[in-house]
Design a protein around this ligand. Structure first.
Ligand SMILES: [Zn+2]
Length: 317
């Protein structure tokens, strides 16, 4: 489905039309991907997982991880908040250059789940309802009960990342989970009157961390990626050579945000800082080859960043 009308960018995440996951564009597999940098999909080690297109289990070292589809957004290039200062022609040309569908932009939404010996960690919660909201059925497909989740790590407080924490009436979806977000992000969220019911619901469960703090020793460390929101955080999972970076909304679209990181994203609260952060992170990731988990890239959003002719490119693993 396409948007029937252009709406203010700040409201867009709430009301964008959902698209079927099958409609999300998928980059071609790239033979240059290095095996060392590739997380090993290993569904066989997850006996509770069922065959589902919305669920993919894989390993990060000895951590068992599962990508969980919540849904997706699609929009005409003329209404894109992800290249807010570019014309539709410029955006389409960039997509054509990348060899992908050029009339629309699609973003997937897929929270990540990680099992540790001590608990079950969910990274972001999806929208909790239209235009996405399939997280509950994806969890069910993966054999996870919401009551099993012990920790929810929030990258930032935009609706597509926190909307699934509670019902519209303020009932917690994950009753036993501690909800962890950075201290500046929690301050930002509490000041948002539009999220008053949600803030009220989660307040007893929230524990904050300082930017760049080690949150769960040996398992998760926060990585500040400043600018998208006041306390936006990525998360580094795993240890030693077996790490993966959950990038949150450091990047949104797998072509536009990676190949044109300087283009303005209307959702960035501090746009110059977000742009600088995005460019620095891309350079770091291209240098390290560290695998990433990209919440908004085509499902499951597991890949890495490489140098290209005059910039960067996302390579799906
Ligand atoms: Zn988002």
């Amino acid at each position: 489905m396409k948007l029937s009308a252009l709406l203010p960018a700040t409201a867009m995440a709430l009301i964008l039309s959902a698209c079927a996951p099958e409609e999300a564009p998928a980059p071609e597999p790239t033979p240059t991907a290095t095996p060392e940098a590739t997380p090993t999909p290993d569904v066989s080690e997850t006996p509770t997982a069922t065959a589902s297109d919305d669920v993919l289990s894989f390993m990060i070292g000895d951590l068992e991880a599962t990508a969980l589809l919540d849904g997706g957004f699609t929009m005409p290039v003329s209404e894109s908040p992800f290249a807010a200062e570019q014309t539709a022609e410029e955006i389409s040309a960039a997509l054509e250059d990348a060899g992908v569908e050029s009339a629309t932009l699609s973003l997937a939404l897929h929270p990540l789940l990680v099992k540790t010996p001590d608990g079950v960690i969910l990274f972001d919660s999806g929208t909790g309802g239209p235009p996405a909201g399939a997280l509950m059925s994806s969890l069910d497909d993966a054999g996870i009960d919401p009551a099993d989740v012990t920790d929810i790590l929030i990258s930032h407080s935009h609706f597509d990342h926190v909307g699934g924490l509670a019902t519209s009436g303020g009932e917690l979806i994950f009753p036993n989970a501690t909800i962890r977000m950075s201290a500046p992000e929690w301050e930002f969220m509490q000041a948002n009157e539009q999220q008053a019911i949600l803030v009220g619901a989660i307040t007893p469960k929230v524990e904050t961390f300082e930017p760049d703090a080690e949150i769960i020793p040996g398992v998760v460390t926060a990585v500040e990626v400043a600018g998208h929101t006041p306390g936006h955080s990525a998360f580094r999972l795993g240890a030693g050579d077996d790490t993966l970076l959950y990038i949150g909304d450091s990047m949104h679209h797998y072509v536009i945000s990676v190949q044109h990181p300087g283009w303005k994203i209307a959702f960035d609260t501090d746009e110059p800082t977000a742009r600088a952060s995005r460019e620095a992170l891309l350079a770091e990731l291209a240098e390290s080859g560290e695998p990433i988990y990209a919440f908004h890239f085509p499902f499951p959003g597991i890949g890495h960043i490489e140098m290209a002719d005059d910039g960067f490119v996302y390579v799906e693993d």
